[in-house]
Design a protein around this ligand. Sequence first.
Ligand SMILES: Nc1ncnc2c1ncn2[C@@H]1O[C@H](COP(=O)(O)OP(=O)(O)OP(=O)(O)O)[C@@H](O)[C@H]1O
Length: 303
Amino acid sequence: MLELVDITKVYRGGKRAVDGMTLRLNNGMLGLLGPNGAGKSSLMRIASTVTRPTSGRVLFDGTDVVAKPDVLRRALGYLPQDFGVYPHLTSREFLSYLAAAKGLSTRSARARIDDLLHLVNLTEAVKRPLGKYSGGMLRRVGIAQALLADPQVIIVDEPTAGLDPEERVRFRNLLSDLAADRVVMLSTHIVSDVESVASDIAVVAQGRLLRRGSPEDLLASVEGLVWEVLVDPADVPTLQQRHLVSRMVRTGSGVRVRLLTPVPPYATAQRGTPDLEDAYLAIINQVVGRAPEFAGLPRPEGR
Ligand SMILES: Nc1ncnc2c1ncn2[C@@H]1O[C@H](COP(=O)(O)OP(=O)(O)OP(=O)(O)O)[C@@H](O)[C@H]1O
């Protein structure tokens, strides 16, 4: 089990990127969902022992890995957001180099690299230098390197950035398979990245954990709050000022606006069926209250 206990990270200059977050992870996938600047990368760097927290504890199977990072590093596959490669190496050369750095024997590394290149669908591109790979292909190399040592804990930071929709789906399915018997932590600001694969979602904003639960739990939190109204385009700015607008579609007869509000603004408003995007927006904008376990924490600024 990986435990992040009351983690705070204050950078030099005073930026409080993570503010007292506690997350306990067992096998399965946790989707860490939050807007840019929420502190996801900071938390993942701390969970990966790349950065030390200002305060708080990181425990892996009970061992304090801030004090003894190697205990986790041996079991960890980490894909950072800003993963870099050597452009002149081929994917096989690059992975061989990383395998050697991780202390894998040449023979076992060779077989493992072949399997991984197949798994991430790069077998046909192995002879090309990485400098000629697309963004999506490089992301897949990043995944392969994270899996080199058959890790028990996989931490991937915004892994679908730069992937096309088909690659996104393939990648989500791959992580979902891996999560069957491993701890997988995936960060993203894209709801659909976690919607279909994470049974456990932590919504974070401004360094704080706002809510954690299954997709069903998050959906239940906005039950009764989603309304749709058809309005004149001229009324849209007022609606946006008064309510949280989840989305808008221009139609021939006006603008269909989806709102997150306890009280519908017009008698003609119709109830909408909540989706996870609604729940996410309502939670980060605090239209819905925090779950009881998070009550008492200060509200994010701005609303
Ligand atoms: N090394 C650093 N020094 C100072 N401030 C930092 C540093 N790294 C991150 N920050 C700041 O901490 C806050 C949280 O950043 P972080 O990258 O952890 O968030 P994030 O949720 O991963 O967002 P993004 O997806 O944009 O990376 C931001 O305001 C960011 O500018």
